[in-house]
Write a protein of this length. Sequence first.
Lengths: 271, 212
Amino acid sequence: MKGTRYAACVAASALALMLPAMPAGADATAEGIAKYREALADGNPAELWEMQGEELWRTARGPKNASLEKCDLGQGPGVVKGAFVTLPRYFADTKRVQDLESRLLTCMETLQGIPADEVAKTPFGKGEQKSIEALVAWISAESRGMKFNVPTSHPEEKRMYEIGKRAFNYRGGTHDFGCVTCHGEDGKRIRLQDLPNLTKGPDAARGFGAWPAYRVSSGELWSMQRRLNDCFRQQRFPYPLYGSDVTIALSTYLGVTANGAGESTAPAIKR
Amino acid sequence: MNSTLRNTALALATLATVAGCAGGRPSAEQQAAYDRDTAEVMARSFREQGIVKTDRLQQDEVMAACSKHGHAIDDDLRDRIQESAMAAIKWPSDGNYLGDWKEGEKIAQSGRGLTWSDKAGDPNGGNCYNCHRITKKEISFGTIGPSLYQYGKLHGNTEATQKYVWGKIWNPNAYTACTNMPRFGAHAILDEQQIRHIVALLLDPKSPVNAE
């Protein structure tokens, strides 16, 4: 089992070296991507992160030398299965709506004594952010194939949905871009990259429900926070703070839009 | 992040919005409260990075109107946006619209500029291929905007077309309020000389847009 996973990972890195970062020959790029999908259909390298994540969840760590096994992701302490497709949601202990990543920060701080502010300031792919990447891979995988069911009954959830909708349509910066510019219509592309229409259920489920994802072009596992971060970069916006309310509101809007419309495939494999 | 402060702010904001909430579609007051909450959330969720400062979040009238109404703006507002955009277009200082299409192609290809991973002083690209088909040869093109392939052949390399394409690149809202296309001239993404080159790319009969 471990062997096949490893082989798939090696194959992925080998292919990654072959794929140009910027599409030089469009045909070659499209073909390359199709090949990846085939080659990796039964061996997404995200599995390596999943395995690490499961181990991290159970390992006693941090100043308090505790595991995350008592972490409440919304389904009760320690319940991981099904949690991913019901996030973001309102948490009574923090009195805020939290997405998976901001919730993990809370658990790491309260259970393990790892300061949330410091993890939030750590660059993606470094230090404790690496732990978060592994954890989100495993936690999301435990909801694979389940339909989104992000709650809106608490007034705070409803409020974050409404803020998310407005943030999605918020156009600004040098280019007048908002999320809606690139994700507001069916069947559009930037260069050769398909853009999901995130204002509609099926595309929202496909697009939102794919992240965290293994990114072939960088060989990294990107969390949803990182996905949003890079879209804000392309939007020419300033830098969104990790776990900030705008990111949680956007995820609430996308998740609620995806409700009932499709199943989670995260952690998926992407370009 | 100071979470105690933030929680207090949130709790206050919640009180403001929950009051009068009876389920179903939010009332006008509630919508206004959500608008205020959004402004507050936007203001505290970002920091500057590299060349990008948080003033990028400030909206002018066009951004605010287009964020609110999308493409479904009423006629009055549309006329107002288009007229003021048109009045502010800077036409070429020497009356010459056409530059070198080869330079134009490079600018159309480049998607660089003005993100936090770009450096100050690096020339900005036009991003045109991100959204438009332009030449026959380049098949890696986006579809957010219409195809511009054979643009000059279809519309003629007349002064009227040159003026339209210049104006469109300078500020597309002059013709289509709340378009998805950036205001390249008005927002100083591209300079006069760069725009001349791109107009040539679209209209010069020798440009591959028209010759191939």
